[in-house]
Design a protein around this ligand. Structure first.
Ligand code: SAM
Length: 286
């Protein structure tokens, strides 16, 4: 078994040969540093027997590091040129037994269905990705929703987004992405990544986010109803919940009734509620 990772010259050469000019719209910043992709694969704690889904494999930098761990990888890439080339890159840099553990789906990750990610009758156990930054939160939440078999994951995102995803009640960064991610998983920061490991160098800092799936909060109403309450609470995050939830509940008084029924002080702000409290609040209005 052998794998040869991509370095800066390999990435440039591949891009040049394919005529790939990285676009901002698709968040195309490719990792050119073997240590970084190995670090991501190690922190993801994946290995032989795991089926990993990778979103946005690009030229294959992280894909190769994931295959090196012994895991099976099913990657989802939106760019047809990159999706078409990846099997050849893997075949050229891995022994055939390693290359056989890779498959590619050409799709927008926001539209991909769980069935497309089934390999040998299995759905993915883990999500590991250097996510396209402009759609990182929706991609993460969509996959957590569509693939209930995901046990864990490690994603690279813009540093501010990493802070938001990992924030807890009372933190200044706590908001809609934090609560929605917490619905599915325990989320934490897992370190920073220098801009210098990318080509082209992005104009934002990057951070790693690790998650472990956990059972959804107990709720007598569907997740969509809870998420509607979360959206309303943070749409006016400076206001008390009594005010912020007036539209959602019908009036400030109706909001207060639901809040009291859920055991929440109506003068509290949304930024202090846990996902479980949001679940109870949504149920209290129903
Ligand atoms: N994984 C590679 C690496 O580490 O070098 C590339 C990461 S780059 C930040 C993001 C990748 O996501 C690009 O390959 C881009 O084409 C792809 N991408 C962008 N939007 C996407 C989407 N909606 N669905 C799937 N892939 C997407």
């Amino acid at each position: 078994m052998s794998t040869s990772l991509l370095g800066p010259a390999d990435v440039r050469q591949l891009a040049e040969r394919l005529g790939v000019r990285p676009t901002k719209t698709l968040g195309q910043n490719f990792v050119v540093d073997a240590n970084t992709v190995r670090r991501i694969a190690r922190l993801a704690e994946v290995g032989a027997g795991d089926l990993v889904t990778e979103i946005g494999p690009g030229l294959g930098s992280l894909t190769l590091a994931l295959l090196e761990t012994g895991a099976d990888v099913v990657a989802v890439e939106i760019d047809p040129k990159l999706a078409a080339e990846l099997p050849a890159t893997i075949a050229a840099r891995c022994s055939p037994d390693v290359a056989a553990r890779f498959s590619i789906v050409e799709s927008d990750a926001l539209l991909v269905q769980a069935e497309q990610l089934v390999v040998g009758g299995r759905t993915p156990d883990a999500l590991v990705a250097n996510l396209p930054y402009n759609v990182a939160v929706p991609v993460l939440l969509t996959l957590l929703e569509r693939i209930p078999t995901l046990r864990s994951g490690l994603v690279m995102v813009q540093a501010e987004v990493a802070d938001r995803l990992a924030a807890g009640p009372g933190d200044k960064e706590y908001g809609v992405p934090s609560v929605k991610a917490a619905w599915y998983a325990d989320v934490r920061r897992a370190g920073a990544v220098s801009r210098q490991v990318f080509w082209p160098v992005p104009n934002v800092e990057s951070g790693l986010v690790q998650f472990t799936a956990r059972p959804a909060p107990v709720s007598s109403v569907p997740k969509e109803a809870v998420f509607a309450c979360v959206d309303a609470a943070f749409a006016q995050r400076r206001k008390t919940l009594r005010q912020a939830l007036a539209g959602w509940a019908g009036s400030p008084d109706a909001a207060e009734t639901a809040l009291r029924k859920a055991g929440i002080d109506p003068r509290t702000r949304g930024e202090r509620l846990t996902v479980q409290e949001f679940a109870e609040l949504a149920a209290a209005r129903a």
